[in-house]
Design a protein around this ligand. Structure first.
Ligand SMILES: [Fe+2]
Ligand SMILES: [Fe+2]
Length: 202
């Protein structure tokens, strides 16, 4: 079902255009479209997937100072890496602002909050947004196409593990790594091992 069919989509888009560049609005629309294309197969509600996709970068264009100011206003815990690189806070800050301004559900709040780094135990909508944000079809890097291919051919669990591995590999070239990025990958690997060692039913 197209994004535009979601009842609040028009209002979300109007508000997004007030604060995001055209490129970012386009990225969010493609994230919502892509996410909602595979969400039903994971048992995720269509409107929840569209809301998370559209709003996940709602505060992405705040300046460093504004980001830190908002984080303090919402009393968010600030890690050393977020202090060094305030853009890492755009997920948590977007989640708080969207909860306050649009009354998004707890699942959408959690998905937006953790969409950049993931975290151990992340719910299915959060994992789906994590993959869709990385792999939406206008992403130019070849790993995005690879991730979409894995979603199609091997399944979602393999795709989220692949995306987490690629994100950590990208981070290794940067000066600041959020510890949740690593913790999420370890959690996914442990889950995969547990799935592989679970005896199949006779
Ligand atoms: Fe983001
Ligand atoms: Fe994004």
């Amino acid at each position: 079902m197209p994004v535009a069919k979601m009842p609040q989509a028009k209002e979300y888009l109007r508000r997004m255009r007030e604060r995001l560049t055209d490129d970012k609005v386009s990225h969010c629309v493609f994230t919502a479209e892509y996410l909602s294309s595979f969400a039903p197969s994971l048992g995720i509600d269509h409107d929840e997937s569209v809301t998370a996709g559209l709003l996940h970068d709602f505060c992405r264009d705040l300046s460093k100072e504004e980001m830190l100011e908002q984080a303090r206003y919402y009393r968010l815990p600030l890690s050393e890496s977020q202090m060094q690189k305030p853009s890492l806070l755009h997920g948590p800050v977007s989640a708080e602002v969207c909860k306050q301004e649009f009354g998004v559900s707890e699942d959408v709040y959690q998905a937006i909050y953790w969409h950049t780094t993931g975290r151990p135990g992340l719910e299915m909508l959060g994992q789906a947004l994590y993959v869709a944000d990385f792999a939406e079809p206008t992403r130019k890097f070849h790993e995005a196409a690879q991730a979409r291919e894995i979603v199609r051919r091997k399944g979602f669990d393999d795709a989220v593990l692949y995306v987490a591995e690629m994100k950590l590999a990208f981070c290794r070239n940067k000066e600041v790594i959020d510890p949740n990025t690593q913790a999420f990958l370890i959690w996914l690997k442990t889950r995969k091992q547990a799935q592989n060692t679970t005896p199949s039913r006779p």
